[in-house]
Design a protein around this ligand. Sequence first.
Ligand code: SF4
Length: 438
Amino acid sequence: MGNNGAGNGGSRKSITGRTLYVPQMSYGGAMAFAAAFRSVGVNARISPDGDARTLELGRRHTSGEECLPAQVTLGNFLKVTEQPGFEASKTAFFMPTADGPCRFGQYTQYIRKVLREIGLDDVLVFSPTSSDGYDGMGENVNELMRNALRGLICADVLRKMTHKTRPYELVKGDTDKVHNDALERVEKVLEVEGMATGERLKRLVEAMTVSRDQYRKIPARYSRNRPLIGVVGEIFCRMTPFTNDFLIRKLEEFGAECTLAHIVEWVWYTNAEQQKRLRQSGQRFTVKMLGAKIKNWIQQKDEHALYAPYHDDLKGYEEPAIHRILEYSQPYLPHQGALGEMTLSVGKAVFHYHQGCDGVVDISPFTCMNGIVTEAVYPVVSHQLDSMPIRNFFFDGSQYDVDRDVGIFMELARSYQQRKRTGRVFPGCFPAETAAVV
Ligand code: SF4
């Protein structure tokens, strides 16, 4: 691993000898990146879970205009500084950055500013950027990124299995336990230093196969009558249960099964955007375009291999190709002009209609433009999709009782389920004798 500070605001602090904390944009995502960093010799750990102290610390150093993901990320990093034995000169925070209008691009500067103000300037904010191809991450960047992406894919598959199984488990907690064990199994393969890439993929597939068998053993009573709710929205807030008040568990308590938009969707989207930009700048037949296509092909090959053991178990839960999502979004938010998660969320909502879902929930941080735009568009989308219920849930970290809203939404979903015209495809674990509501 390179020893530079990856764009550390001009000062060249080294990452050598530091513990690198990876923020949780989903536990599985943080696990994947932390393990991938360890595989190239960086002592990386997952940053702490969110809790009341997270919000207290995050709010102490924000004005209220920042989005919830910024407060939570900052708050959890500041929690690290309160841990016994903390030493600024031996600590680093992983904070990738990107260009664009989203406030995410400002996080790095903001966190550095706060650390300076509280006298912790010695902490390294390790911030590779997409604009330089993450060159700041040193000579192992390709291995690190491929390893991390494989981890993200595994985490996506396991989360999907968990959401598919948990509502039907007979013993509360069984599914979560299998999920945690499965993540650990993946982590143990990802973190090994110096493993050849083909061997690592083989071992990951083996680990995923063992986990699949554990999921299959969970005592469960599946039913075709439970409404299936598609969950879309802003990536941080939808993937981090603490920031969305554990909405998926609440929906499950109210009788739903949920299917959550996966993280890797964003990777396929950025790949597609990269190729679009190359085409627009006249680089259709260039080495750059060839490189972009090869990268995409290799990544999708990995995804295919890691999903393969779950082919039968996730029948009916397959993710659409990114071009299909953009096609679905086209009448409402054409991707040629509307960018980012709002486009994906609307396209995915249309996909969920065709998938046979009984409703769609869009999770968004309060004041984020993605949710503001999708909320304006959804009435038309719903109207054109047989009035399938689609509802935005906004979160700002304040505790409010979402139960009432979830209850009303689920009533609408059940009512729609009775009259919907699109049927679902079920995997074999759902008994055929239970009458499907179509
Ligand atoms: S998408 Fe919205 S909530 Fe997420 S980081 Fe950007 S501005 Fe914040």
